[in-house]
Write a protein that binds this ligand. Structure first.
Ligand SMILES: Cc1cc2nc3c(=O)[nH]c(=O)nc-3n(C[C@H](O)[C@H](O)[C@H](O)COP(=O)(O)O)c2cc1C
Length: 426
């Protein structure tokens, strides 16, 4: 949905559900606040705990559209398993009384080797989720990427969040529309534009079909029951209205059927976007340019030749091409091809601090996290997104200590066990 159905402008901002007596609305909002699980999120000890809280709070159709991947979800699973296949060889007897996980990402300081990945449609999980996640990132001292398909506008996030901001641009068929978005990001002070290149067409996300998930929502018996059994979420939507993809206002016809999800994506994203198109973006954007969605060494080299500053090795969190390579498996080839000439980040399946350390030991400059902060925001708003980042920070620091690596510079390739048999799959 977020990159598929999400391609459409979503409704008009009203729900058609709320009839709006102000007192009733205030009461509903108070009930939602009281029941929103904030306390529970602060007792979450892992990203997986936050995922569980998000699952309980969200209707199945919404949770699964965030959680799921394409087709058989083999790439979604393999992203995680690729981390499990790598094992660490900790150094001992190193003074780790102090550890410092700070680094430089794309030429500027970051408190952690982590940035937040763009996740469209976050507001369908919780009203205001984009700003909440952006504020959590600013608070944690790491960059945040706003999606084209966000439910907050470019300017709103710049005004309300602060911190280091990157803007992720999809290339839609009306290219001038995308260039206007990029210009708005420049005026609003975003330091980087990220072009996502793995979505010429929406992936086939079958969970969305099975759940009657589309934007705008279709009220089928299945999802009415789903919404009715998740009253906190439903009352919130009732009180505050269904969110809108603010940056896509006016561009896309909405999907009206579940099958329309994929075709809506197809109607809006520009499948003819190619290297010449990327060159035009490079010419138009004077600041840092990131390309996200590269897994091949030859594509990485072509991107570098066009003057791209950073590459994100990504398969869209397993949501696009099923059967595609796990990002951690693709990372070494891209790193060899880039050979230090640009920053290389990786995303897909990062759920633990040890995952971050493994990616760095393999040579990545940092990682992006998508679902981790999204689960947190769905579970408990800004506090939940921040909790996700706190958990990751704690785990990164702990892993660095346990590995005898007091600084990011000390996270080197020798920390990885080579040639051990993979652990059995559970
Ligand atoms: C709900 C959801 C929405 C997403 N929306 C976008 C998007 O709008 N633009 C984009 O480039 N990637 C999008 N992605 C992909 C993420 O940026 C990122 O590549 C992926 O989530 C990383 O995997 P992880 O979720 O396992 O961390 C989305 C991912 C999810 C889960």
């Amino acid at each position: 949905m977020p990159e598929g159905a999400s391609a459409g402008a979503v409704g008009s901002g009203g729900t058609g559900m709320a009839s709006g007596v102000p007192d009733a609305r205030a009461a509903v909002e108070a009930a939602c606040r009281a029941a929103d699980g904030r306390r529970a999120a602060l007792r979450a000890w892992s990203v997986e705990d936050l995922r569980g809280l998000a699952r309980r709070r969200l209707p199945r159709a919404i949770f699964e559209t965030f959680d799921g991947g394409a087709e058989d979800e083999s790439t979604l699973r393999d992203n995680r398993e690729a981390f499990a296949r790598r094992r660490l060889m900790p150094r001992v007897l190193v003074d780790v009384a102090r550890v410092d996980p700070s680094t430089r990402l794309l030429g500027a300081p970051s408190a952690l080797p982590i940035a937040v990945a763009p996740t469209g449609a976050a507001g369908f999980g919780r009203h205001g989720a984009d700003v909440m996640i952006a504020r959590a990132a600013a608070h944690a001292g790491i960059p945040y990427t706003l999606s084209t398909s966000a439910t907050a506008s470019i300017e709103q996030v710049a005004d309300q969040a602060g911190g280091r901001l990157w803007f992720q641009a999809y290339i839609v068929k009306d290219r001038s529309f995308t260039f206007r978005l990029i210009e708005r990001a420049r005026v609003a002070g975003y330091e980087a534009v990220m072009i996502t290149v793995d979505l010429p067409v929406g992936g086939k996300r079958e969970r969305d079909f099975r759940n009657d998930m589309s934007i705008p929502f279709r009220y089928t018996p299945r999802n009415l029951l789903d919404f009715a059994t998740h009253p906190v979420w439903s009352l919130n939507m009732l009180a505050r209205g269904v969110p809108v993809m603010e940056n896509l206002r006016g561009i896309a016809p909405a999907a009206t059927t579940a099958k329309g999800i994929v075709s809506t994506a197809g109607r809006n994203y520009d499948p003819s976007f190619d290297w010449d198109g990327l060159r035009a973006v490079r010419d138009a954007w004077p600041r840092t340019l990131i390309v996200k969605g590269i897994v091949r060494p030859d594509d990485a080299v072509r991107a570098l030749e066009l003057g791209v500053d950073a590459i994100v090795v990504s398969n869209h969190g397993g949501r696009q091409l099923d059967g595609g390579i796990a990002t951690l498996d693709a990372l070494p080839g891209v790193l060899r091809a880039v050979a230090g000439r640009a920053s290389v980040l990786v995303d897909g399946g990062v759920r633990r601090g040890a995952d971050v350390v493994k990616a760095l030991a393999m040579g990545a400059d940092g990682v992006l996290v998508g679902r981790a902060t999204l689960y947190g925001a769905c579970a408990a708003g800004q506090a939940g997104a921040l909790r996700a980042l706190e958990i990751l920070r704690d785990e990164v620091e702990r892993t660095m200590r346990l590995c005898g690596a007091p600084t990011v510079a000390a996270i080197t390739a020798d920390l990885l066990a080579d040639g051990l048999p993979p652990p059995p799959l559970r």
